[in-house]
Design a protein around this ligand. Sequence first.
Ligand SMILES: [Ca+2]
Ligand SMILES: [Ca+2]
Length: 240
Amino acid sequence: MNTKNSMQLAKAALILLAAATFSSTLPAQVVITYTNGGASVYEPYNSVVSATDAANQGVSTFGTLTQTSGSALFGSQLNILNDGIVFSPVIYGTADRGNTAFSFTPSDGSVIEFTFTSAQSVGSINTFAMSGPGQLRSAQNYGLEYLSGSNWTSLFSSLNTNAPGNLNAGNTTTWVNLDFSGFAGGSLDDVTALRFTFQNVGGNESLYREIDVNAIPEPSTLILLSVALGGIILFRRRCS
Ligand SMILES: [Ca+2]
Ligand SMILES: [Ca+2]
């Protein structure tokens, strides 16, 4: 190969490397989907939600759920958010699906934090709200941040209240899905805490019923270390 060809090859390799570096540094997008049943169709009584997700009460990965700012309105309760139930006619009766006693109803600007007992690899999050017929209370709006190491990072500052089914377009959104599969490796990694900031919907009347965090624990540094040590020992044995 002559010098000119070598130079052209090197140049092409540099362009490819730059393109690869650029594409790998593009910001990942959280894909947000709003589920609704259609006009005047509300969350069914027997909603499919998880009682075993990473943030559920009694699951080993769940650390704490605390409200760090604002208040729970109308006699609502924070621990409704991770008991595995959107609504149960057996437990609550069918008289009023919009009953605030069976919800967490945050004041405008309320902040809650989930912590985990170990770093999590988060694939998706589902948030559920519920209302009685003709009410605004199933509409949702919040911002989301996550903690990795000692750094909080904002994923988005608010939901789209004009999305089909949300506040300004039918009021029947009851299920919001946050999909992190666009992130490197297909998940949002090294998450030790999540912070939700709730915004005013319908005069602070969103009746949140459940937050499901679908995640798996990160491989511990101990496992990584033992794998690395095993590799070194194997390499030395093969070389000797
Ligand atoms: Ca759950
Ligand atoms: Ca619940």
